[in-house]
Design a protein around this ligand. Structure first.
Ligand code: ZN
Ligand code: ZN
Length: 400
């Protein structure tokens, strides 16, 4: 290795100005430099073969990473001396937003560096646990496309239709750290041409097969229980919607409601049910709580087919067994922290005190920088009108 460095010193190459800017953390200048196309090459390298994207990924400059990718930077560039990819750099530095960004742009998770380690293995080595879990439970489009083909002679047709359905399902399954059922059902409702609800049965079969596959996890020696539970959880939500739909269909059989109208009613009904509140008393205090949602979420854990074997689900069950309904932590807290790969000790240490800068939606619990505060009471906030409308039935009671 030393010999190579010597050689490089004998014939010095001129490196691009961008590396000076990045090294000196002149982030805005670096951004504008790239934006005005001053890079000699989008994937130019420094004297270690590192590209600007890899450099920015390690430093956690998300905007620069986005810009570089939009300008065609190679997410999987293999020029780095030690064989480090942009994903490895982001994962080692535990820059979780960039890890997700790179994965969304087809970063190769199987690629190994000169010592034969993948990005997840490198991150694990330095205890970047959030990154490890994001990578390991990431759902690539290819992994869904697998189900658009038949894989055994018993299969008469593929589990999943090609095209729009795969695109919309992929969009649903990635890209959020909030597993609130309201948020997910809202996304299902907003899918293009209602394609997710129209293909609900096929999606359920796909998610089921995929969840089992993740549990068996043939490529590695231990089950991927985060991914397996995540897929099971989405399947559970689709089953809930489908169950409500058939109930609604029966009820509206004699009416002349169109399938579009039934769909609208379905989402309205389910979301209303999830935000509905009941009065409970806990530690001598009476208050209203989303009891249906809490029980609904606890049931999702109970229905996990591997709950006896999975360390993850066992842990969730143990924690929730000690937490009364309405107490801390809620099932959503537990599911969110598990699926985001947080360790439980961290999760319990994180105090809720202090000023919250980013508001949380009262309906879907999304942390939303653009959330709008209710103009009537100025006490709650919503992502948008959709979330406000869903919550209205309860909110007007509170105001009364
Ligand atoms: Zn209000
Ligand atoms: Zn919301």
């Amino acid at each position: 290795m030393a010999r190579i460095n010597c050689l490089k010193m004998e014939t010095p190459k001129k490196v691009d100005e961008i590396f000076v800017l990045l090294k000196e953390s002149r982030v805005e200048e670096a951004f504008n430099y790239i934006k005005s196309d001053k890079l000699t090459k989008i994937d130019c390298v420094d004297d270690h073969g590192t590209t600007p994207l890899q450099y920015a990924a390690f430093r956690g400059h998300e905007d620069i990473c986005r810009l570089l990718i939009s300008k065609g930077a190679d997410v999987n560039a293999k020029t780095q001396d030690q064989g480090y990819s942009a994903l490895m750099f982001a994962a080692i530095a535990n820059k979780v937003n960039i890890v997700s960004l790179l994965l969304d742009n087809n970063a190769d998770t199987e690629y190994t560096n000169v010592i034969g380690r993948t990005a997840a293995q490198m991150a694990s080595f330095v205890n970047s646990n959030e990154s490890v879990n994001i990578i390991n439970s990431y759902i690539s489009k290819e992994s869904l496309e697998y189900y658009t083909e038949c894989h055994s002679i018993d299969e008469k047709e593929p589990k999943l239709p090609r095209g729009e359905c795969v695109d919309e399902l992929h969009k649903l399954l990635i890209n959020s750290s909030n597993y609130s059922p309201c948020r997910i059902i809202k996304c299902i409702k907003l899918s293009k041409n209602n394609t997710l609800m129209n293909n609900a049965e096929k999606i359920i079969r796909t998610l089921n097969a995929f969840s089992i596959k993740a549990w068996k996890n043939d490529s590695q020696d231990c089950p991927n229980d985060i991914l397996s539970f995540k897929l099971h959880y989405y399947k559970y939500l689709f089953e809930y919607l489908l169950g409500q739909k058939s109930r609604l269909n029966k009820k509206l059989e004699s009416s002349d409601a169109s399938s579009d109208e039934i769909s609208q009613k379905l989402f309205e009904l389910c979301l209303k049910q999830l935000v509905s509140e009941e009065e409970i008393s806990l530690d001598g205090e009476k208050f209203k709580h989303r009891v249906f949602e809490e029980k609904f979420l606890r049931e999702s854990i109970r229905q996990h087919p591997y709950k006896e074997q999975s360390a993850l689900t066992k842990q969730m069950v143990t924690i929730l067994a000690k937490a009364p309904i309405g107490g801390y932590p809620s099932a959503l807290h537990v599911i969110n922290s598990c699926l985001n790969g947080q360790r439980f000790n961290e999760f319990f240490d994180s105090s809720e005190k202090g000023e919250k800068k980013i508001l949380e939606c009262a309906t879907c619990y999304s942390k939303n920088a653009n959330a709008k505060i209710c103009t009537h009471c100025k006490k709650v906030a919503y992502c948008d009108q959709f979330c406000q409308k869903v919550h209205w039935s309860i909110h007007k009671e509170i105001k009364a």
